[in-house]
Design a binder for this molecule. Structure first.
Ligand code: NOJ
Length: 566
């Protein structure tokens, strides 16, 4: 192996075009997804081609070369479907239409084709747990009133109490408040209640209804026929509810979430849905994949979603929730690899997404979960974030990046309340109320907001960008070997040249002092110092890359990661 250069070589960027819907994937290597680096695009905030302040599909299309040059394998697009945007598109009114705010189906088709021509795969978001309350099915069910068979597609129930004035059970919405909203009958009298695990604008589907199962099989085929390479399945753990929708009892539900099996999450019945979907995907050429967004109590339960006849990958939220601490990191890495090995699925790794505080901000704060409201120590946060990324990209399996992390963006923790749009911000005691901070539009270039996000300097952006983001833009960082963008480019270029970085299902740990992790993978060594002090450490080999600028021979700088060829 050779020393990484700060910019990608021509050989790194020239990759073969991929199959499209009408040109099958002849001769492509099997299992592309096992070690893929997958980049999440949040369409509202990536690139705005028409200047209305909201990102769109033509904008994404115009910026695909950035993703090719960055060196990722695939792009996951958060929802761009027709939606009233009560939850930023995770409330879908029409699963087969593009919201006019984002473009048209023709734009989606062009985006998929362009991505494939650049060697990038496209994964779209599928939202099967709930629809929008503006979805035609829900509106018709409301209009037809109690007793209509159309109500079987959702969870409509009579209320409790003498006059049905109380919700049917004690479940709470993830966004805060009761998980039930009462309807009005067509004649104006108070009616049944419907279940929504998220906002009231997101009624939960009833997956016992054959019509729901049929509809989603058809939606899968619609997008597979459009040529997408896979689906990220939203709330994959939530589709099946315990029979009878039993009360949870006197518990703090938000504390239980993710730590316990709930009557509405991680029920065993979900797995037969994914077995049926897998069969559909396998009918298509080119290894289309399913990725579970499944918050489960343990990595072992997460592994259930990726058994050989179910999904391909599941997000590793245990990893995302782990703080910058060597012991905790080693434990979660081992536990994740151990859990996935028996089912033969690759482990995935993720540090940031559109629902959590960016890792550059999390690691600049004391340990405190994934929903933070304080900026913390910016410099320390970025230093650790860069180190955490190099650790993640050296692990076996597939890694997820969230747009803007390659620029080292922090969360914007001081957004004025009046610009916030996260629905849970407006509901009492919601767990996720500050998600807008990680959704601020990306700075691409220039010195005036919106920094190339939109076409015109001084033009709008749906959330305001901080003034200091001018120096974090793609343009400002390109070519600067000390920049986070060039660090990501170099790391991904090395990963492409050295496929063993993502391959396999184990790491060989080497002895280290406390607070330091070091492992070998073939002729590659990665060492991580999670302490705030430099540590003496000599590796007999060639240094490939370091997350720290202040490195000296024989020393692993504080809060840094280095890679060597040995
Ligand atoms: C998970 C998505 O990532 C989040 O953004 C959304 O609010 C919920 N699912 C509900 O769809």
């Amino acid at each position: 192996m050779t020393q990484a250069s700060s910019t990608r070589s021509a050989a790194d960027t020239s990759r073969p075009a991929l199959a499209t819907a009408d040109t099958p994937a002849a001769g492509e290597p099997r299992g592309w997804w096992r070690d893929a680096v997958i980049y999440q695009v949040y369409p509202r905030s990536f690139a705005d081609a028409n200047g209305d302040g909201m990102g769109d599909l033509p904008g994404i299309r115009s910026r695909l070369p950035h993703l090719r040059d960055l060196g990722v394998d695939a792009v996951w697009l958060s929802p761009f479907y027709a939606s009233p945007q009560a939850d930023a598109g995770y409330d879908v009114a029409d699963y087969r239409a593009v919201d006019p705010m984002f473009g048209t189906l023709l734009d989606a088709d062009a985006l998929i084709r362009d991505a494939h021509a650049l060697g990038l795969r496209i994964i779209v978001d599928l939202v099967p747990n709930h629809s929008s309350n503006q979805h035609e099915w829900f509106q018709r069910a409301l209009r037809e009133g109690p007793g209509s068979p159309l109500r079987d597609r959702y969870h409509f129930r009579a209320g409790r109490g003498t006059a049905g004035e109380l919700p049917p059970n004690d479940w709470e919405s993830i966004f805060g408040g009761p998980a039930w909203t009462r309807t009005e009958n067509p004649d104006g009298t108070p009616g049944e209640w419907y279940l929504h695990l998220f906002a009231p604008e997101q009624p939960d589907f009833n997956w016992e209804s054959p019509a729901v199962a049929d509809e989603f099989r058809s939606i899968l085929r619609f997008w597979l026929d459009m040529g997408v390479d896979g689906f990220r399945v939203d709330v994959a753990h939530g589709l099946v509810k315990a029979p009878g929708l039993p009360d949870l009892g006197a518990h703090d539900q938000l504390k239980l979430l993710g730590n316990d099996v709930m009557p509405f999450f991680d029920q065993d019945g979900v797995h037969q849905i994914y077995r049926a979907w897998r069969k559909i995907l396998d009918e298509y050429p080119g290894e289309r994949i399913l990725v579970a967004e499944a918050w489960t109590p343990t990595v072992e339960r997460t592994a259930n979603y990726v058994r050989p006849d179910e999904m391909h990958q599941a997000f590793n939220f245990q990893y995302l929730s782990t703080y910058w601490d060597a012991t905790a990191l080693r434990q979660v890495i081992d536990a994740s690899l151990d859990a996935m090995r028996p089912v033969g699925a690759p482990t995935t790794w993720v540090l940031s997404n559109h629902d959590v505080t960016r890792h550059a901000t999390r690691f600049g704060n004391p340990p405190g979960g994934t929903q933070l409201r304080t900026a913390g120590d910016r410099e320390l946060g970025l230093r650790r974030a860069r180190a955490a990324t190099l650790l993640m990209l050296a692990l076996p399996g597939s890694a997820y990046l969230y747009q803007g992390e390659e620029l080292g963006l922090p969360d914007v923790t001081d957004l004025p309340d009046e610009v916030r749009q996260d629905p849970s911000y407006f509901r009492a005691s919601g767990q996720d109320g500050f998600r807008d901070g990680c959704r601020v539009p990306i700075p691409w270039s220039g010195s005036a907001a919106p920094y190339g996000f939109g076409p015109t300097a001084g033009g709008p952006s749906w959330l305001p960008q901080p003034a200091e983001w001018a120096s974090l833009s793609v343009e400002a960082q390109t070519g600067d070997p000390a920049s986070t963008l060039e660090l990501y480019r170099s790391a991904l270029a090395i990963r492409r040249r050295q496929p063993e970085l993502g391959a396999g299902d184990r790491v060989e740990w080497l002895d280290t002092p406390p607070g330091v992790l070091m492992f070998r993978r073939g002729d590659f060594v990665c060492a991580v110092n999670t302490t705030g002090q430099p540590v003496e450490l000599t590796v007999a080999g060639t240094l490939l890359l370091s997350s720290a600028e202040d490195r000296q021979p024989g020393v692993l700088p504080a809060d840094s990661t280095s890679w060597w060829a040995v």
